[in-house]
Design a protein around this ligand. Structure first.
Ligand code: ZN
Ligand code: ZN
Length: 566
């Protein structure tokens, strides 16, 4: 347990504290706050790798929310009263990040109140899954923690039912869809218990846990017919959520308007590339007048160039050293040769959607490897589904995907963040900065001449347009009331996405808000910062990248303030 000597002190208003002594104090306070936060939020603690909380489930009850509220309100003035001038630049950012995190948390508890309208917010499955499938302790200890959690599930679901009031139909349907997943992880837990010889004694626990899941299901079925709350956040809540989540210097409205402008510029560039490619692909056939039709035909034709189905994972593995070599040769950013990325097939339990992504250990598990998980296009897919995925991740897009996820995108950023960052940034890292860097990395690689060709520029345009369109879509749906047919047209005809991709995106925009804007929002602020610094004498791209990443996953707004010397 940590010492709590500072915990009871009211720092606000005490004279003499705004001295150089505050620099070490800031770090101790942050650690102390984080430890206290885990006590009231064991679910997040576990998610970031604190397995010492594995056996303790936090029920979504009013009492728990009150404990959390009291903690946040006690800590807010402590961080507010630390004078920024006495802190190092990295600590100043930590302080701002913690203040933003606390205010955001309070806003979510009392204004957004998702716990009352989103039944899918109450889902114990991923924690159970993590306890079972992470190698954090011998199997009998993991099973022990699982059983203790399973024992608390009836109380957990009881609290969830009491919390729900005015639900949305979409989130209720999602929660119902996810319940079989909860049952299957309970089943896995039960058979793991049998394997370590505890099956018989714990039978009643598993039965009661299953009954609790069924009870929640019956409750949601009763709520569904009268669910009336709209999934759309509308302007006031949306702007506030954007402010809290993205931490941008811009408003949501401004970001949306910027995305509309960017969309137009990207489409104009794509039309130029399509015009260059048309005669090579279609000889004398006259191109359609409509630019969407023209671009779409060219993309469709080019998409047939892709790797063989069974080569998908190997091809990604082979591309990583090629990207590293390019980044070194063009002197874009220093890469750490001691930290090679491990490309692997996504473990079975983590497969759901086709795709690829970086899986990094949390800040409490630095000893664990970082993986680039790639879901193979195996027998789980029909030949048609596999072909559709291969056309989507065609010769050019697959390279852009690897730039985004790995080199010099997410993986490179993560290595810099791990080297430089405090625990605060590792835990409460800014999603818009992280995604913004990866989206920026794609553009920066294309600018450096990587894959230089009209085909690459066109495919890059399609990929980049997806980030831009995500912002347009999210704002249009949540604030401007865009309906499904318009949304599908925006995605399919005007952004060249497949019908399946468009339908998945429509589903995601109903179930989340603001997250879809993080890619373009972070990217656009990063580009704006680069443009400002490029205007100064002595600008060097490599030094810019390395300095930008040296602050860790802080909001771009805060990094910009430090780099511009404001
Ligand atoms: Zn094909
Ligand atoms: Zn990403």
């Amino acid at each position: 347990m940590k010492r709590r000597t500072l915990g009871g002190l009211a720092l606000a208003g005490l004279p003499g504290l705004a001295s150089a002594k505050e620099a070490p104090r800031m770090d101790a306070l942050a650690e102390d706050f984080i430890e206290q936060l885990w006590q009231v939020d064991t679910e997040t603690a576990l998610a970031v790798g604190r397995f010492d909380f594995a056996a303790r489930l936090t029920p979504p009850s009013a009492e728990q929310r009150e404990r959390r509220r009291r903690l946040l309100k006690a800590w807010l003035p402590r961080f507010e009263s630390l004078a920024p001038a006495t802190l190092t630049p990295l600590q100043r950012m930590d302080r701002e990040i913690l203040l933003a995190q606390i205010r955001s948390d309070l806003w979510q508890l009392d204004e957004l109140r998702e716990w009352a309208w989103n039944p899918a917010a109450h889902n114990p499955a991923s924690a159970l899954d993590k306890i079972l499938h992470t190698d954090w302790a011998p199997m009998h200890e993991r099973v022990n923690a699982l059983q203790q959690r399973a024992r608390q599930l009836p109380a957990y679901y009881q609290a969830a039912r009491q919390s729900l009031a005015d639900v949305t139909r979409e989130h209720t349907a999602l929660a119902l869809q996810q319940l079989p997943g909860v049952l299957s992880v309970l089943e896995e837990g039960e058979s793991a218990a049998q394997q370590v010889g505890q099956g018989a004694i714990t039978q009643p626990i598993w039965n009661a846990a299953r009954a609790a899941v069924s009870g929640y299901e019956a409750h949601l079925m009763r709520l569904l017919p009268t669910a009336r709350r709209s999934f759309r956040l509308r302007a006031a809540l949306y702007e506030a959520k954007f402010r809290h989540d993205i931490q941008s210097a811009r408003s949501a409205r401004e970001t949306y308007e910027l995305a509309l402008q960017r969309r137009e510029a990207v489409l104009a560039g794509m039309a130029r590339e399509a015009d260059v490619l048309w005669p090579q692909l279609f000889a004398s056939e006259p191109p359609p007048q409509d630019r969407f039709a023209r671009i779409g035909r060219v993309i469709d034709q080019l998409s047939s160039r892709h790797v063989a189905r069974e080569r998908f994972v190997d091809e990604i593995r082979a591309q990583i050293p090629q990207l590293e070599a390019w980044v070194r040769e063009k002197d874009l950013i220093t890469l750490d040769p001691d930290k090679p990325l491990v490309v692997r097939e996504t473990p079975e339990y983590g497969r759901g959607v086709a795709g690829a992504g970086i899986e990094a250990p949390g800040p409490y598990r630095p000893q664990d490897a970082t993986y680039y998980n790639v879901t193979p296009l195996d027998d789980a897919l029909t030949p048609e589904q596999a072909e559709s995925a291969l056309r989507e991740y065609n010769h050019w897009i697959l390279q852009i995907l690897n730039i985004h996820e790995a080199i010099p995108g997410h993986y490179t950023q993560l290595i810099y963040a791990n080297r430089a960052t405090s625990r605060v940034k590792a835990l409460f890292g800014n999603g818009a900065m992280v995604e913004g860097w990866a989206v920026y990395a794609e553009r920066m690689m294309v600018e450096s001449g990587y894959g230089d060709s009209p085909e690459m520029r066109l495919m890059y345009g399609k990929w980049h347009l997806r980030s831009v369109t995500n912002t347009v879509l999210d704002y249009s749906v949540h604030v401007l009331g865009m309906k499904q047919p318009e949304a599908l047209d925006l995605l399919q005809r005007q952004a060249f996405q497949t019908e399946q991709e468009a339908r998945e995106k429509w589903r995601r925009v109903q179930l989340t808000a603001v997250q879809l804007t993080s890619y373009f929002s972070g990217y656009s602020e990063l580009i704006a910062l680069r443009e400002q610094l490029q205007a100064r004498p002595g600008f060097a791209l490599k030094a810019f990248h390395e300095q930008f990443l040296s602050y860790g996953s802080a909001p771009v707004r805060l990094i910009a303030a430090e780099m511009l010397g404001r």
